[in-house]
Write a protein that binds this ligand. Structure first.
Ligand code: MSK
Length: 654
């Protein structure tokens, strides 16, 4: 039996070690042991009486100086994380809404309305008149209405009415229907200051409300308006791995989250001045590759290659083949500046709200996007001559290895057909048991996990073997792509029911739906399944689950909380962020079910998570009365190792 082939991140870590380039794994080790108080949410520094710690096990204090107890500490932390995550996605959504307005007014050269159908759908949802009006006129009003969602003084968010009525009633009854997005973020920080909200149950209600303002507000605005501007994703062939970089090309990596920058860089890459400069520099062309969620955005819309996910940003620079890494915001590590010093790579920041000390800054704006993008590309080309070919190490080839681009509209069309697009066939296949349920596998990658562990890919394999259709976004999607899970040929790894469906429809069993902001697509898919009928009256009735194995960002907490508050059972790997506060943890993992029909689970042993998800799916099927018992495939240790080997081997380096 041959040795397990190394994954790209393992190969690159070996290379970085050889070159003595520090990595996040080194810094992770240097941080051990990490602060126990912080890990358990038992450290509070919200005021200068503190920092206060609570000692849950020993003789130390059980309260902060103000008298706040462990549950209040943890409840505040959890709310601040939900608020911060919501702020990230929502500020992103606001930027897209501004771009839609400036595009409609003709003030953003290069951009245009690409999906008029989606514009009309959003217009209808916002109550914007469409009859006898120009597209740009409608788009301007839709953009302005979207901007109003951030700060309107009265009412709740307009997209909430896309949820099933039963769910809207749950939110009303619990008093958690979100009002303006900025209001929910602002109130979350207000409540968590010294002397504010000190009932962990009330704090948790607000964490649901602010998170819902993310999922059904800021994130949904970002996704829908991006689709209007850049196109709604459709199935597209793409590539994922660092092998997309080319030795004889100028390589530019676009990293971060907001696609307007990346789209401008792609547009500018075909500018005649850029082409001329590339040839003058002696290169065969320019490769623009994405990293992190920018990669997901470019991949699902255009099939533009993906160089890697979050934990691979230092590794990408360490190929020695990257002339320039241009970044916008979110999940960009300061460490890339230090990494770039070992090579010739330039790091360029672009947003006034996200600068990095040591990076060059080229200001990006909607009005001058193409000029900025061209300038950045010319900087990269100019830097090509500084590349040290002895340091170039590109770890894998670039065979087509993904079919991506599964928006909820695409899934509907593929399953139901162009002329009667509907979720009926999906619901029918769930009812007849060919598909047991749906799992959203989403979220970050983390140095807490062994490099090359491919945890998300292994979980996805386990689920599809049990006839569960997997939808994935964010860095989890990047890892599933690296694991070779996004090809229709993978149907042979499915259980017989799912295989039959994938064959009939021509889809892979693991569907790439976009970036972390695009989890809102999964909310809409769930709503449509309920509205289609036959699977209960609410999202909480569906055999649908969510999982995030390597959560890292506060955005992941906001996402988890909006899924739970929308009725979806969610399991997170790693540590529970409220583990030091038993009542708070019980609230999340048990009591929330009574309030919103769903709950969290936290499980350190990620090998148990597949079974937890399957158990929940079968429980929901039982409750719906659609269960024909099926023997489940549970994996023992030897089989799990076999799964790891089976996951698509990453081609060896050359
Ligand atoms: S980039 S938030 S590591 S998914 Fe969206 Fe990936 Fe998580 Fe950042």
């Amino acid at each position: 039996m041959g040795e397990k082939q190394k994954a790209v991140d393992e190969i690159m870590l070996d290379r970085m070690k050889e070159l003595k380039v520090e990595t996040m794994y080194d810094r992770f080790q240097a941080q051990q042991p990490q602060c126990g108080y912080g890990s358990l949410a038992l450290c509070c520094r919200h005021c200068n009486y503190g920092p206060c710690n609570i000692d849950p096990f020993g003789p130390g204090p059980k309260k902060g100086i103000c008298g706040a107890d462990a549950n209040t500490f943890a409840g505040r932390h959890f709310l601040r994380m939900s608020g911060s995550g919501t702020a990230c996605h929502s500020d992103h959504g606001r930027a897209v809404a501004h771009l839609l307005v400036s595009t409609a007014r003709g003030e953003a050269p290069g951009y245009r309305i690409k999906d008029v159908d989606k514009l009309m759908m959003v217009a209808e949802c916002f109550g914007v008149k469409t009859k006898d009006r120009e597209v740009n006129e409608i788009a301007e009003e839709v953009g302005e209405m979207a901007l109003m969602e951030f700060g309107k003084p009265y009412g709740t968010l307009l997209f909430l009415k896309r949820a099933p009525e039963s769910r809207q009633k749950v939110w009303e009854k619990a008093g958690i229907a979100p009002r303006a997005i900025d209001r929910e973020v602002c109130e979350s920080f207000h409540r968590t200051g010294i002397g504010g909200d000190q009932d962990y149950r009330n704090l948790t209600n607000q964490s649901m409300r602010v998170a819902l303002a993310d999922g059904w507000g800021g994130s949904m605005i970002a996704t829908e308006l991006q689709d209007i501007l850049f196109g709604t994703p459709k199935p597209v062939q793409g590539r994922s791995s660092m092998g997309v970089l080319k030795r004889d090309h100028v390589n530019v990596i676009v990293h971060g989250h907001e696609p307007q920058l990346a789209e401008a860089v792609v547009m500018a890459s075909s500018d005649p001045e850029v082409t001329k400069a590339v040839h003058a520099a002696g290169a065969k062309g320019v490769v623009v590759a994405g990293l992190c969620c920018t990669a997901n955005e470019l991949l699902v819309r255009h099939g533009i290659p993906m160089a890697g996910h979050m934990t691979m940003q230092e590794a990408a620079i360490s190929t020695g083949a990257v002339e320039l890494m241009v970044v916008d915001i979110q999940c960009v590590m300061q460490a890339i500046i230090e990494t770039s010093r070992h090579f010739h790579t330039k790091v360029v920041t672009t947003l006034p709200k996200a600068k990095i000390y040591g990076a060059e800054h080229v200001e990006f704006s909607d009005e001058h996007a193409l000029d900025a993008a061209k300038k950045i590309l010319l900087m990269a080309i100019e830097n090509y001559k500084n590349r040290d070919n002895n340091k170039v190490f590109i770890p894998s080839s670039a065979e087509p290895n993904i079919i991506a681009g599964f928006s909820h509209e695409t899934i509907k069309y593929m399953l139901g057909g162009r002329f009667r697009a509907s979720y009926r066939p999906l619901n029918d296949n769930i009812i007849n048991g060919r598909i047991r349920g749906i799992a959203g596998i989403v979220g970050c990658t983390s140095p807490r996990m062994e490099p090359g562990a491919l945890a998300y890919a292994n979980l996805a394999k386990e689920l599809i073997a049990n006839d569960v259709l997997v939808v994935t976004t964010g860095c989890a999607a990047g890892q599933c792509a690296d694991g070779g899970l996004m090809l229709p040929e993978l149907k042979d790894a499915c259980g017989p029911g799912l295989k039959e469906v994938c064959e009939a429809v021509g889809i892979p069993p693991v569907l790439h739906s976009g970036a972390c902001v695009d989890n809102s697509r999964i909310l809409i898919a769930c709503s449509e399944m309920v509205k289609e009928g036959g699977l209960g009256n609410d999202i909480s009735d569906l055999p649908v689950v969510g999982a995030c194995l390597e959560w890292m960002s506060e955005k992941a907490i906001a996402i988890g909380q909006y899924f739970v508050a929308s009725g979806v059972y969610v399991v997170f790997g790693m540590n529970a962020p409220v583990a030091g506060a038993p009542d708070m943890q019980k609230l999340l993992t048990k009591d929330m079910e009574e309030l919103v029909g769903a709950r969290w689970d936290f499980e350190r042993d990620i090998k148990k998570i597949g079974k937890m998800l399957m158990d929940h799916i079968e429980k929901k099927r039982d409750a719906l009365g659609i269960n024909i018992k099926k023997e489940r495939k549970l994996y023992d240790m030897a089989e799990r190792r076999a799964l790891e080997r089976e996951c698509k081997p990453v081609p060896g380096h050359h």
